[in-house]
Structure formats: structure tokens, C-alpha cells
Design a protein around this ligand. Structure first.
Ligand code: DC
Length: 219
């Protein structure tokens, strides 16, 4: 079974996807990681984020183990890391180079320790449209930019990052613009939409589980 969860940054996709993967014993592919891995290598190498050739080179040479290694770097999920990921993800040749690696996982999903899984949960922007158009269930999770920025702001506060809410809101809006300007980032026609603005993660999780179980029963 393949389940895709797409939507804007900080809509709650990651937490939801990880909880679902655990509950249904499925592998989890956080597809933002492939762009973060390329973006981080641009930062570490001191390359300009619009150096398309360099970004394409890093995308073409990316492997799963390399991505997991890079994910241990503290910049991987930092504000700079997020902006770098968003910038390189706007480069068409980077997206093309990373497509196969993301699609292959759906044919051969594995847990983190490499053991095979019966299916996978994908989380990203285009997983229900470009990566896995034949997914069994597709969700499109969203929330208002203000709510998403507040969630990120609280995460930063917990990590001790010194940043103003207004700056996080501006970054959220700028990232939305960049992320949604490209093809495939719109919701899939057959995606189930859930606005998480007024709900807790637990409430969203319960609702999504109900939908999954209803769909599984029908098939
Ligand atoms: O989900 P995330 O915040 O880790 O994603 C980092 C960036 O990668 C985000 O700005 C958009 C991009 N991305 C993408 O273009 N397509 C995906 N399937 C996942 C992420």
C-alpha cells in the first residue's frame, strides 16, 4: 500500500506521516530530504544556490546512504537548510535527477534498517501527482500561513533559535510562493483535503486513520 501526504511547509505532514508509518507498519519516505541533501551540499561547498550545474551534479550523485549521512548535520533542518532546499528544488534538472530515486522506493520500500516493508507513506509536495500518481490513498494537508509560521516559530523557540515570529511568517510565505510555482505541486485531483488549522495532530491523525481504514475495507 502506498499513501501520499502532500502540502505546504509546516502543515503537519511529517508528524502525521511518521505516526501513520508506525501504526500501519509501513516504510516512510520524507521526500523533502532529497532536496535538503542537495541544498546542504551546496551550503557546505560554498556554492551559490542558483548554480544549477553544481546542484544538478549533487542531485545526480545522491544515494540513500549519502542522504541519511547528510541528515545528521545540524544545518539539515535549519532555516538556511530549508531555504537552500527550497531554492534547489526549483531547478528542473534537479527534480528530474531525483525522480527515479523517489519512485524506486515505492517499488521496493524498506525500513530504516533496510528490511523490506509492505508499503510506504510518502510526504512531500508532489508525491501524489508526480512521484506516485498511482498511490492507493492521497492526502493534501494544509493550514493557514499564520498557523504554520506559528508552529515553526514554536519549534525554533524549543531549539533555542533566536528568531522573530514575523520573520518566520515572511519565510513561510516566500517558501510557499517558490514551492507552489512549479508543476506537480498542486493537489492531486483525487487527493483528500484536510485543513489542520483548527485541529491538534491527534485529531488529524484519528481522522486520517478512519479514512485509511474505510478505504482499505472497501478494496
Ligand atoms: O518538506 P520539507 O520542508 O523538508 O521540504 C524542503 C523543500 O523541498 C521544500 O521547500 C520544497 C521541496 N520539496 C519539493 O519540492 N518536493 C517534495 N516532494 C518535497 C519537498
Amino acid at each position: 500500500m502506498i499513501i501520499t501526504i502532500d502540502g505546504p511547509a509546516a502543515a503537519g505532514k511529517g508528524t502525521l506521516a511518521a505516526k501513520l508509518a508506525q501504526k500501519y507498519n509501513l516504510a516512510y519516505f520524507d521526500t523533502g530530504m532529497v532536496y535538503r541533501a542537495v541544498g546542504l551540499q551546496m551550503i557546505l561547498g560554498g556554492y551559490a544556490l542558483d548554480d544549477e550545474e553544481k546542484a544538478e551534479f549533487f542531485a545526480k550523485s545522491l544515494t540513500f546512504p549519502k542522504m541519511m549521512e547528510l541528515s545528521k548535520n545540524s544545518e539539515f533542518r535549519s532555516l538556511d537548510g530549508s531555504n537552500a532546499a527550497s531554492a534547489v528544488s526549483a531547478i528542473n534538472n534537479v527534480r528530474k535527477a531525483l525522480l527515479k530515486m523517489q519512485q524506486d522506493f515505492s517499488h521496493n520500500p524498506v525500513f530504516e534498517d533496510g528490511t523490506p516493508a509492505a508499503g510506504a507513506i510518502y510526504d512531500g509536495r508532489d508525491t501524489g501527482t508526480i512521484i506516485c500518481p498511482h498511490a492507493d490513498i492521497k492526502f493534501f494537508i494544509t493550514a493557514s500561513p499564520e498557523i504554520r509560521a506559528m508552529r515553526r516559530f514554536k519549534e525554533y523557540q524549543q531549539k533555542g533559535v533566536d528568531i522573530e515570529y514575523q520573520k518566520v511568517l515572511e519565510q513561510t510565505i516566500a517558501r510557499d510562493k517558490r514551492d507552489y510555482a512549479r508543476a506537480g505541486s498542486q493537489p492531486a485531483a483525487d487527493a483528500i483535503h484536510i485543513d489542520t488549522s483548527d485541529f491538534s495532530i491527534e485529531e488529524v491523525f484519528n481522522e486520517v486513520c478512519k479514512i485509511i481504514e474505510k478505504t482499505v475495507k472497501k478494496s
